[in-house]
Structures are given as C-alpha cells and as structure tokens.
Design a protein around this ligand. Structure first.
Ligand code: AP5
Ligand code: MG
Length: 216
C-alpha cells in the first residue's frame, strides 16, 4: 500500500504514520525526520537546511524531491506511508509523475483536519525521543515512566513564533495542494481531533472502506 498523510503542523501525521507503519508493515517516510537526521549528523544537506527548519520555512522543492526520490528507490517503490510530503503543488505534481513512471501509483491520501487553535496546544507541549523517534505530548500522550524526561527534545520549531510561521506557510503553500490531490488521487478527509486512538480508528476505517484497500 502506498499512502500519504496530509495536514497542518501538529495534525498528528507523525503519530498516525508510525502506527500505520507498525500495524501494516509500511515504511514510514517523513521528510521532516529525514531533514532532522541530516542536521543531527551534520551532513552537507543538514547544514544547508538547518536554519530553514528552525524558522519554519519550507526546504526548496528540488532538494526535498531529491531526498524522497532516493528513499523511494531504496525501498523499491514498495509499501510506504509519506508524512509531510507533498506540501507544495510542484511537489505533488512531481510525486504523482515520479510514482507513475515507476509503476507505483499512490493508492490514497488521508487528510487529518485539525483547527489552528489545537495545533498550538499540541506543538507547545510535544516532546520527541531522538533515539527512538517516539512522539509524546506532556498531557495527551505522556512518556512512560521508564523514559528519562531529560533525554526528550522540544523541537526548536515548536517555539511560539515558529509555530505561528509554520501555520502561515501551511495556509499559503500547503493547503492549496488539497485541490490538486482531490483531482488526481483518492482523497479521504477525517476529523483529526479527539484521542490518538479515536483518530487511529478513523484512519483505519476510511482505508478499509476504500474498496481498493480492503483488508488493510
Ligand atoms: P515536519 O517534521 O513534517 O513538521 P510538520 O508538518 O510541521 O508537522 P509536525 O511534525 O510538527 O506535526 P505532525 O502532524 O507530525 O504531528 P505529531 O504526530 O508530531 O516538517 C518540519 C520542517 O521540515 C518544515 O517546517 C520544513 O522546514 C521541513 N520540511 C518537511 N517536509 C518538507 C517538504 N515536503 N517540503 C519542504 N520542507 C519540508 O503530533 C503533534 C503533537 O500532538 C504531539 O505532541 C502528539 O503527541 C500530539 N498529538 C497527536 N495526535 C493527537 C491527538 N489526537 N490529540 C492530542 N494530541 C495529539
Ligand atoms: Mg511530524
């Protein structure tokens, strides 16, 4: 199955992509995680994109498409869930063309709808584990007792000013991708509010209902 999760910052794309990947044996392909790994490892790519991520600006399309192309080739265009890509219209056009050229069309997009007010509360209390990649929320999904809170990270782009800017960038550059995706692929919109388990159940339900994906 080849899927993409779509939605604003803090919509729960990473949280739900990890659950889908674990439960359905998909490769989780998050462009944000790939950029953060490059920044941690101080690769040339990491040095190039660090200030963009910290400010909440998008990385240029050619750079982003290039890392996605590499990862897709590594997994032989198999089963994956994209998280945070595509997020501009040119990225969406490139992705659908690139997958078609490799006989690996995208099966569906699931869009998580969450209001801006919820996003701010989610991101300001998010903590991530750089070792395991686990995503927590201090109130809604707290780290288990055996995780040392000192090892958890508050992402630099989760500061109030960067969150506001990421939301502006989302509304200007990413929200318009919805119309393109609706026209070209099976597009399912779900309510991304409620508990993590409720959202997970909605994601699974739309994918099971989607006749082409029966038996997910
Ligand atoms: P990226 O890492 O993709 O960030 P994002 O899209 O802003 O989304 P987030 O990771 O902040 O949120 P999420 O939807 O994954 O939510 P999560 O599950 O963590 O991108 C970062 C940067 O990289 C960009 O700003 C850009 O610079 C660059 N970049 C990446 N992709 C790019 C691209 N394609 N083109 C150009 N540049 C690109 O959940 C958030 C919080 O909410 C967590 O604390 C979680 O525990 C909690 N939560 C989750 N679900 C629920 C729920 N149902 N109820 C309550 N809390 C919940
Ligand atoms: Mg994420």
């Amino acid at each position: 199955m080849r899927l993409a999760l779509f939605g604003p910052p803090g919509a729960g794309k990473g949280t739900q992509a990890k659950r889908l990947a674990r439960d359905h044996d998909l490769t989780h392909l998050s462009t944000g995680d790939l950029f953060r790994a490059a920044i941690r490892e101080r690769t040339p790519l990491g040095l190039k994109v660090a200030s963009l991520l910290e400010a909440g600006e998008l990385v240029p399309d050619d750079v982003t498409n290039g890392i996605v192309a590499d990862r897709l080739a590594q997994i032989d265009y198999g089963s994956f869930v994209l998280d945070g890509f595509p997020r501009t219209v040119p990225q969406a056009e490139w992705l659908l063309d690139h997958l078609a050229a490799n006989d690996a069309p995208l099966d569906a997009v699931v869009s998580l709808v969450v209001p801006d007010e919820d996003v701010v509360g989610r991101l300001s209390r998010r903590r991530t584990d750089p070792e395991t990649g686990a995503i927590y929320h201090l109130d809604f999904n707290p780290p288990p007792a055996d995780v040392d809170p000192e090892t958890l990270v508050h992402r630099p782009d989760d500061q109030p000013e960067a969150i506001r800017h990421r939301l502006e960038v989302y509304h200007e550059e990413t929200a318009p991708v919805e119309a393109y995706l609706r026209e070209h692929v099976r597009y399912h919109e779900i309510d991304g509010t409620g508990s993590l388990a409720e959202v997970q159940a909605r994601v699974t339900d739309v994918l099971v209902e989607d006749r082409g994906l029966a038996g997910i």
